[in-house]
Design a binder for this molecule. Structure first.
Ligand code: NAD
Ligand code: UDP
Length: 322
């Protein structure tokens, strides 16, 4: 019998997480359609996949309808770094909401299972710690981060309404801070900032007093979590499911660890804290453990070392070919 490959659409497929997801899906024997408008993603992230006959790249903005034929959809398209999503907040909201509507409409026509890359930002600046999925969050609807936070919250609403109203099979993941190779060097997120700064011997920019906390998950663990949620949870299980590493660090601890791994003399420079910056964040992953049998395995030190290696190579390459 001829083996028919599963056709999978990945929106935001040339971004940081999307490129690893495309790679993993191809390795698992899928036929992958990567859709991206290259707002924050780059062709460099997927260059090594372009020769694969089961990989197809389409330049497209998800705020416009998309007519393709696939069996499954992963909706990742959306800038994820505060610097990028605040750059054009109206487009960020449109990407979250119109993008969700377009991808849900596609899933409805195709009766395809659809995954949504939601975020821990739906919890806002939380008063409950760690954050379980049952917590409704504390989000400012009119602040600098609102385009992203409220956009992602409304996208979750749309996913659950399509499920209730149209019987769609949805899988909503709430992703906590994830890091690794292929983050954009000017992305503005804390791990890429610190690693690039340390490698350049520049001061590490700590916002506020650095006592705010985050929990950092290595990209390989996160991608495994996506696949577990999509393929190894009951068909009628929609989430939301937290995916993240419960190890919690202050931003100052992160700066010190990066400095130690890179081994340079970089000093720490304190800068003003951006508006609505959450004080603390750590996922409660009991649900992921129980329903998907998932938990992260890569310790921060090990993941950071791999990330430093990647950026070291990238910066050398960029210096050699400006
Ligand atoms: P990223 O910025 O590297 O990737 C996002 C991709 O989406 C980019 O390739 C970008 O060009 C593309 N994109 C943006 N707007 C688009 C549009 N209108 N149409 C088509 N493509 C568009 O970010 P990432 O870290 O890979 O994040 C991927 C997804 O995961 C995002 O939805 C993000 O909100 C979510 N997420 C990520 C994290 C994290 O820590 N990395 C945490 C929570 C949620
Ligand atoms: N941050 C920092 N220095 C930087 C970039 C970020 O101290 O150069 C802080 C930021 O204020 C926040 C944390 O690091 O408290 C995580 O920021 P990031 O943008 O990576 O993600 P967030 O979790 O805020 O979406």
């Amino acid at each position: 019998m001829r083996h028919i490959k599963k056709r999978v659409l990945v929106t935001g497929g040339s971004g940081f997480l999307g490129s690893f997801l495309c790679e993993r899906l191809l390795a698992d024997g899928c036929d992958v359609l990567c859709v991206d408008n290259f707002f924050t993603g780059t062709k460099r992230n997927i260059k090594h996949l372009l020769d694969n006959p089961y990989f197809e790249l389409k330049r497209h903005d998800v705020t416009f309808p998309l007519y393709v034929e696939v069996d499954e959809i992963y909706n990742l398209a959306c800038p994820a770094s505060p610097v990028h999503y605040r750059h054009d907040p109206v487009q960020t909201t449109k990407t979250s909401i119109h993008g969700a509507i377009n991808m849900l409409g596609l899933a409805k026509r195709l009766r395809a299972r659809i995954f949504q890359a939601s975020t821990s930002e739906v919890y806002g600046d939380p008063e409950i710690h760690p954050q379980p999925e049952a917590y409704w969050g504390r989000v400012n609807p009119i602040g600098e981060r609102s385009c992203y936070d409220e956009g992602k919250r409304c996208a979750e609403t749309l996913f659950f309404d399509y499920r209730r109203q149209h019987g769609l099979r949805i899988k909503v993941a709430r992703i906590f801070n994830t890091y690794g190779p292929r983050m954009h060097p000017n992305d503005g997120r804390v791990v890429s900032n610190f690693v690039v700064q340390a490698l350049r011997g520049a001061p590490l920019t700590v916002y506020g007093d650095g006592s705010q906390t985050r929990s950092f998950c290595y990209v390989d663990d996160m991608i495994e979590g996506f696949l577990r949620l999509m393929n190894h949870t009951p068909d009628d299980f929609p989430g939301p499911m937290n995916l993240g590493n419960p190890g919690e660090f202050t931003i100052l601890q992160l700066a010190e660890l990066v400095r130690e791994i890179v081994g340079g003399p970089a000093e720490i420079q304190f800068r003003p804290l951006p508006g609505d910056d959450p004080r603390q964040r750590r996922p409660d992953i009991a649900l992921a453990r129980e329903v998907a049998g998932w938990q992260p395995v890569v310790p921060l030190r090990e993941g950071l070392a791999k990330t430093v290696d990647y950026f070291d190579g990238l910066l050398r390459d960029m210096d050699a070919h400006p």
